[in-house]
Design a protein around this ligand. Structure first.
Ligand SMILES: *Cc1c(COP(=O)(O)O)cnc(C)c1O
Ligand code: SF4
Length: 434
């Protein structure tokens, strides 16, 4: 069994390899780590990070806070506070102010997508696209390590209680029963695979026992294959978790494991290969997704390499996302036009088997908008877009056009082409959001 050892702000100096870091880099981690998420573990440290080259290493940047992730003024302010010996309360308050400026709840996630069952709001549930309901179990609201680009962490807590969740399970079952259009239940987090197997089993058993015919697919969104593949091999309840997966497939439901990989390195260890094999043997299909991130994977060749490795391990490339308008986007974000050229360079290098991937796509308030590409139409340079998912399904797969803009990083930065006032969906979206 591999012992799971985590590190965060209070103990990262105990990491043996920290002695390779410059004093300045250690200070930067402390300053930025007070504002942005910071948690790593012994697998990432020993098997993924290239410590000889840590300053540019994508796996290091993925877990360790970097100076450039905060605006200069905020960085300096936090550094001064720490040096002056400010109290914990003051540091926490100031950190919260900085976080608020970083758009911690993008795309109306909190306001718009909470459904109701018998007049009561269902917390931990989102139903934005007709076929798919998202469920955030309370016990899955943390991860085996934290990605520095992530801003879901305001919600991170670590609860492993069963009592509370069984009420939750009853309400999601009730909701799905009342909504025959739902075919997919996507269990996400944080990372639901931090959950103990017996708790996950309790949820799944309730859902399967409800015998809901229209529910065809159970998806699990997880980064555990990158951050802690021992979850499926040597953890004390690894076999039990595998047994729950089998329970799902034996019940005749599709189990789709939505694995989050950001870099080919995460696919290269013997441990991850074994874990992938074991999950696949349950009958689950592993689909993969990642945002395209400056400093981590902003090159088409990295993506081509990643998709090929995924396919060779039996996984199915699914989504390439554009880094959303939140958190350290200044640091990680790239223009949509550049995201498309990365996508194109990668897509053209792989066989049709890897061209199952869709993107680059922005998950924004109206839906998932894909950047189809740049073209010139009657002398005007435009960016062609389309919905992969829409708040109204009827918007999906209708190409529409934005003015060419080489700097735009998000849908909010784009304007309609051909002198139009609005994109075709905007008026309707306004009505839906009322
Ligand atoms: C991506 C996403 C889904 C799933 O969409 P698919 O196209 O079916 O993969 C569901 N709900 C939300 C809110 C999403 O962002
Ligand atoms: S694993 Fe997912 S939820 Fe967790 S920190 Fe990374 S991106 Fe965020």
């Amino acid at each position: 069994m591999m012992k799971y050892q985590t590190y965060s702000l209070h103990n990262f100096k105990n990491i043996p390899q920290i002695s390779l870091l410059s004093e300045e880099d250690i200070l930067n981690i402390e300053v930025v780590g007070h504002v942005l998420p910071f948690k790593t573990n012994n697998y990432v440290i020993d098997e993924l990070i290239d410590w000889e080259n840590y300053q540019e290493d994508p796996m290091f940047i993925l877990n360790f806070p970097q100076k450039g992730m905060l605006p200069v003024d905020d960085f300096n302010h936090m550094a001064t506070l720490l040096k002056s010996g400010a109290t914990k309360e003051i540091i926490r308050e100031e950190a919260n102010l900085i976080r608020e400026k970083l758009n911690p709840h993008p795309a109306g996630q909190l306001e718009y997508n909470v459904p109701e069952l018998d007049g009561e709001k269902l917390h931990g549930v989102q139903h934005k696209y007709r076929e798919t309901m998202l469920f955030f179990p309370t016990q899955g609201q943390t991860c085996h390590a934290y990605c520095t680009f992530c801003f879901r962490w305001p919600q991170f807590t670590n609860m492993n209680e069963l009592k509370f969740s069984m009420k939750e399970a009853d309400s999601i079952v009730g909701y799905i029963k009342q909504h025959p259009e739902i075919t997919d239940l996507l269990i996400t987090g944080g990372d639901p695979m931090v959950m103990k197997a017996h708790i996950f089993d309790a949820y799944i058993t309730k859902i399967l026992d409800a015998n809901i015919e229209h529910l065809q697919t159970i998806r699990i969104g997880s980064k555990s294959l990158s951050f802690w593949p021992y979850r499926y091999l040597t953890d004390p309840d690894a076999d039990d978790m595998i047994a729950v997966f089998e329970k799902i497939t034996n019940a005749g439901k599709n189990l789709s494991f939505m694995a989050h990989f950001n870099h080919p390195r995460e696919l290269e260890t013997e441990v991850v290969k074994k874990a992938v094999k074991r999950i696949r043997e349950t009958g689950a299909i592993i689909r993969t997704q990642s945002p395209v991130l400056n400093h981590i994977n902003a090159h088409g060749d990295i993506w081509a390499d990643m998709w090929k490795k995924q396919v060779n391990l039996g996984m199915v490339p699914y989504y390439m996302f554009i880094a959303r308008d939140t958190g350290a986007q200044e640091y990680f974000g790239i223009p949509v036009v550049k995201a498309w050229s990365i996508f194109r360079r990668a897509y053209t290098q792989v066989s049709g088997i890897a061209r199952t991937v869709r993107g680059p796509s922005m998950s924004c308030t109206p839906g998932k908008i894909r950047v189809v590409g740049v073209s010139e139409i009657k002398g005007e340079r435009v960016i062609t877009l389309e919905f992969i998912q829409g708040r109204n399904s009827d918007w999906v797969a209708r190409p529409f056009f934005a003015k060419y803009d080489c700097k735009a990083q998000w849908i909010d930065d784009l304007n309609p082409a051909f002198g139009m006032e609005n994109f075709f969906y905007e008026e309707e979206l306004g009505e839906i959001l009322l």
